[in-house]
Design a binder for this molecule. Structure first.
Ligand code: ATP
Ligand code: MG
Length: 283
C-alpha cells in the first residue's frame, strides 16, 4: 500500500503537541530538529516538517495526504480540504481589539477605520458579512504594536490568554473565529484504510486524554450508592478485598466531572481513591 505523508509544523506552537500526538498513536520516528522529513518505522507513514502556512496547500495539492494545522490557517488560505478530526490543542481565538482609551465600542464603529492584521482574508469576510467598510492593513507580524505606532485604529489578531494584548495597552472587543489544531486530509481520500486506521488511533488517544482510571475501596454495604455515581465505559469492575465486607471498584470517568464526582464518592463512603492517567481507549 502507498506510504502516507502527513505534514506537521516544523517549529512553533503546534510542533510539540503534534509530535506527541503521533508518538502516542504508537508511531516510532526520529524527530531531529534539522530534518524536514522523517520516516515512521512501524507504519507506512512519512512525516513532513513544514511552516504551518504551507500545510493546507500541500494537503489540497496532494503533496501530503494529511496535515495538522490550526483552523485559522485553513480559513485564511481558503483551501478545499476535508476536516477529519479536531485535536484539542492549539486553541486560540481571532479577535478584534483596540487601545484601552479608544472610542471604538462595537464593530459598527470600525467603519472608515484602519485595522492591522495578518489575517486579511478572514477579516474581509467578517467585515463584508457585517457591511462594514474598513481599511485592512496586512502586516506579517507584531500586529499588536501597530495602534501604538499610529499605523491602525484597531487590530485583528490571534489571542489565547490575552496577555500580549494587555501588555500592549489593548482590549479585545469582538470574537470573530475560534480555532484549534485539526487533522485535515485531501478531498476524496477519506476511505483510504491507512487514513481510517490513523484517525482511529488518534481518537483513542484523545478519548483517553479526556478520562481517568479510578480505583477506590468501599464497604460492600455502600457499593450500590457508589456504583450509581459511576458512569463507566460499561459498568465498574468490583473486586473483593482480603478484608471481609470490603471491595475495590475500578472505573473510568471523564476528567471534566472529576472533582465533583470525587467529593460525591467520598461522601458515599469511598476511601483510598487512586486516580490514574489512561494511555488509550479502544472502543
Ligand atoms: P510557522 O513558522 O510555522 O509559520 P507561525 O509563527 O505562523 O509558525 P505559531 O505562532 O507557531 O505560528 O502558531 C501556530 C498556530 O498555533 C497558530 O496558527 C494558531 O493556530 C495556534 N495558536 C494557539 N495559540 C496561539 C497564540 N497565542 N498565538 C499564535 N498562535 C496560536
Ligand atoms: Mg505561520
Amino acid at each position: 500500500m502507498k506510504t502516507l505523508k502527513i505534514a506537521i509544523q516544523k517549529s512553533g506552537r503546534l510542533n510539540e503537541k503534534s509530535v506527541e500526538l503521533l508518538k502516542n498513536c504508537g508511531l516510532s520516528f526520529e524527530n531531529y530538529k534539522s530534518s524536514l522529513i522523517s520516516t515512521v518505522s512501524n507504519f507506512p507513514l512519512e512525516i513532513l516538517f513544514l511552516r504551518d502556512d504551507d500545510i493546507p496547500e500541500y494537503v489540497q495539492d496532494g503533496i501530503a495526504d494529511l496535515g495538522i494545522v490550526g483552523e485559522n490557517v485553513i480559513s485564511e488560505t481558503e483551501v478545499d480540504v476535508s476536516y477529519l478530526q479536531k485535536l484539542g490543542f492549539g486553541k486560540c481565538t481571532l479577535k478584534l481589539a483596540v487601545q484601552n482609551n479608544s472610542d471604538i465600542q462595537n464593530i459598527n464603529d470600525l467603519n472608515g477605520k484602519a485595522i492591522a492584521t495578518s489575517y486579511p482574508v478572514i477579516l474581509k469576510k467578517f467585515l463584508d458579512k457585517n457591511n462594514i467598510q474598513a481599511d485592512i492593513r496586512t502586516i506579517s507580524g507584531s500586529v499588536e504594536i501597530s495602534p501604538g505606532l499610529g499605523l491602525s485604529d484597531a487590530i485583528f489578531d490571534i489571542v489565547s490568554t490575552g496577555g500580549t494584548l494587555k501588555s500592549n495597552g489593548l482590549k479585545p472587543f469582538a470574537d470573530v473565529l475560534s480555532s484549534e489544531a485539526v487533522l485535515i486530509g485531501r478531498k476524496g481520500e477519506e476511505s483510504n484504510p491507512l487514513i481510517i486506521e490513523l484517525i482511529q488511533r488518534i481518537q483513542s488517544v484523545l478519548r483517553a486524554k479526556e478520562t481517568k482510571y479510578v480505583v477506590l475501596n468501599a464497604e460492600s454495604k455502600n457499593l450500590d450508592k457508589i456504583v450509581k455515581l459511576l458512569p463507566g465505559v460499561k459498568s465498574p469492575t468490583v473486586v473483593p478485598l482480603a478484608e471481609e465486607g470490603w471491595v475495590a471498584v475500578h472505573t473510568v470517568i471523564p476528567e471534566r466531572d472529576f472533582w465533583e464526582k470525587i467529593s460525591l464518592l467520598k461522601s458515599a463512603g469511598a476511601q483510598g481513591i487512586v486516580v490514574m492517567p489512561i494511555e488509550k481507549i479502544i472502543l
